[in-house]
Design a protein around this ligand. Sequence first.
Ligand code: HEM
Length: 227
Amino acid sequence: MTDANPAPLPPAMHADRGEIALIVGATLLGLAVAAGMLAAGEADREATRLALRATARVSFVYFALAFTAAPLARLRPASWSRWLLRRRRAFGVAFGATMTVHVGCILRLYALYAPERPPMVTATDFLIGVPGLVLVACMTVTSLVAVRRRLADVHWRRLHRVGVWVVWAVFLLCLVDSVGRKETAHPFLGYWALVAVLVVAAALRWAAWRASGPSLPGSGRAVDDPP
Ligand code: HEM
């Protein structure tokens, strides 16, 4: 039996149509980029590698938007930053979904190189990528409204606060490791520009944290802690 007059959900616990459209659109974009590259290269090894790199970059954009939404809303209150903050969860979920495409490309490489291990999948990828992926999966699942409802606020916050910084570090390590190891015609655009975005994003969070003042008494969290 359903409640005929259910209490309204608080905004953070309610997914509206715009949010769902954004998640679906952003995820489809990641899929389309990967599919386009695979189709152009007849899904061979090099095309799969390109698709793998491209999905990392598309997901990077979604991650950066989710990561900077709260500090930007705090430091530059305006309609665009409030919009970004409202859509932070959508970008977070789209990030998780696009990372699934990244994993799909890795599995495809394994199939193409079987029974060998694909040479571009390094021990470092496993060491830092796998724990990163586990966290991304946990964060994505717990961002879904139905799951979030069941989690105590304090656990949700802890998971997401630690998780975003771990993912930030995984991106940083992957990019710095890659630019030193791989031949590329565009080290600045392909790698260093993204590293700069990460550094600026971290600086924004730090500045917002400084601007947010003291912690709320007894709550263990900062005044402007995101919902
Ligand atoms: C949160 C988890 C992960 C993040 C943030 C991440 C991030 C990235 C980034 C930024 C790139 C682009 C590097 C480039 O263009 O050269 C990349 C590529 C790649 N990633 Fe991931 N990755 C993750 C998980 C994994 C895992 C678990 C594996 C495999 C075990 C993996 C394997 C690879 C491979 C093989 C490439 C392409 C390397 C090449 O082109 O030579 N990644 N990843």
